[in-house]
Design a protein around this ligand. Structure first.
Ligand SMILES: Nc1ncnc2c1ncn2[C@@H]1O[C@H](COP(=O)(O)OP(=O)(O)OP(=O)(O)O)[C@@H](O)[C@H]1O
Ligand SMILES: [Mg+2]
Length: 428
């Protein structure tokens, strides 16, 4: 019990004793009791009014009182003081957070579950022409009008980023869930990076185009010389030159193909590709290429995807060629497709040499080879998986790689199912 309350009870008991004693002496016990109660009630009412006034406009100066009310005011004042301090601290934190996010070069927009804007920073205002407070509360897809953007926002796949063109700028968008069904949309301006990529791509495309003619001429002369010479001393180096020119021609062909795929000039022709049929073709070609060195198994499920048949066949053949190349003789290679709720998957699995984990994320880079010497021996240039990656990108698909040295590798292409693609188009 608090000391104030104890004192109050003692005072009430003492007053009661005094009333009883005086009442006995005067014979007015009831009257004195009622009078005492009335005084006590008025005193409480008076203090209550003072308290209500103070609560209405709390100040640093406390109303003065005695007894239990003095203690009550004292406690309330401390509570008020603590709350003021906490509010001040919170205000400083919020202010600091807001000024740091305002200064961020990345555009950030907080959205609620209905895609309405709750808050945005300065970079977002500049990038998307947003205005405070005009656009707060508006649906973002009403302000940024684009089917690609709407489809992305409606899907809200956490941490799934897309590149998106808006007002002549290229942006990388990423959506992150937070709090209670809220989302933070971030956008990074990658226009400059895209321009540099374009320049690099154009350079590679031009260089490989320019080199094609001289190499064809060299290959032609080598062939003529090979036909005309009888000397074995000359035939051997000529054969070496011929092999290397063929290799260079292959590299130039792959580089121009990559440049074409990256430029997106020829968008994939949207046709329905039956996977069982496509994998059967790839399997047939692989049997010819393999010449019975491995066991090649094919297992398919009925499924189709929308895309470009030629590009898809090229990508899957690349994976199969790799499996043949990097699996010792008599190894097992499985070519398969599966269907589940995530979509359609096409995979090539081998029990070959496998890949160390640190290489896996870099395999799709141009010219990246785990063991350059070994790949070169096998005739590889390190462009195959870069081509696969670009073909898959053009089909909104991902390449999943799982591998362990000595255990073999799985290369799987994950496509959205035909139905999911249709849903997306309708949503857009
Ligand atoms: N199934 C596999 N098993 C083991 N290593 C692999 C496998 N597939 C690819 N690799 C590794 O990944 C590297 C890159 O493969 P990629 O297909 O891009 O190039 P490549 O096969 O060397 O040449 P290219 O395909 O251009 O003729 C290869 O050099 C090889 O080291
Ligand atoms: Mg390859």
């Amino acid at each position: 019990m608090s000391p104030g309350l104890r004192r109050e009870i003692i005072n009430i008991v003492a007053a009661g004793v005094v009333i009883v004693v005086v009442g006995r002496l005067t014979g007015l016990t009831l009257e004195l009791f009622i009078a005492g109660l009335a005084v006590y009630l008025v005193w409480h009412l008076f203090n209550l009014v003072k308290l209500i006034k103070w609560l209405d406009k709390p100040t640093k100066v406390l109303p003065e009182s005695v007894g239990i009310w003095d203690e009550l005011y004292y406690q309330l004042y401390h509570l008020y003081h603590r709350q003021r301090k906490a509010r001040k601290k919170l205000k400083t934190i919020v202010h600091r957070f807001q000024s740091s996010t305002q200064a961020l070069p990345i555009a950030a927009i907080a959205l609620n579950k209905n895609n309405e804007i709750e808050w945005f920073n300065r970079a977002a205002a500049e990038l998307f022409n947003l205005q405070h407070p005009r656009d707060v509360g508006n649906r973002i897809n009403n302000l940024i009008r684009s089917p690609v953007f709407s489809a992305y926002i409606l899907k809200k796949r956490p941490n799934d980023s897309i590149d998106f063109e808006f007002n002549h700028r290229w942006l990388t968008l990423c959506i992150t869930p937070y709090g209670h069904k809220q989302f933070l949309l971030t956008a990074r301006d990658i226009t400059l990076q895209r321009q540099l990529d374009d320049m690099q791509r154009d350079f590679v495309a031009n260089a490989s185009h320019e080199l094609r003619t001289p190499i064809t001429v060299i290959a032609g002369f080598v062939e003529t010389l090979q036909d005309q010479t009888e000397s074995t001393d000359i035939k051997a180096p000529l054969e070496k030159i011929q092999q290397q020119t063929e290799r260079m021609q292959q590299i130039l062909e792959d580089l121009s193909l990559l440049a074409k795929l990256e430029s997106g000039d020829a968008p994939p022709m949207q046709e329905r590709v039956e996977l069982a049929e496509l994998l059967q073709l790839v399997h047939n070609d692989a049997l010819i290429l393999d010449r019975d060195r491995h066991e090649l198994k094919l297992s398919t499920q009925p499924a189709s995807i929308m895309g470009n048949r030629v590009e898809l066949e090229m990508a899957i053949s690349n994976l199969v060629t790799n499996a043949i190349r990097y699996t010792p003789e008599r190894g097992l290679i499985k070519i398969f497709n599966t269907v589940d709720e995530d979509g359609v998957h096409v995979g090539v699995e081998d029990n070959g040499i496998g890949i160390m984990p640190e290489h896996i994320s870099r395999l799709t880079e141009r010219f990246y080879r785990v063991d350059p010497g070994r790949s070169r021996e096998q005739g590889g240039t390190g462009l195959g998986l870069a081509i696969v990656k670009h073909v898959l990108e053009r089909h909104n698909a991902n390449l999943y790689i799982q591998s362990m040295p000595g255990d073999g590798s799985l290369f799987r292409c994950d496509f959205e199912s035909f139905q999911q693609e249709q849903d997306k188009t309708e949503a857009a």
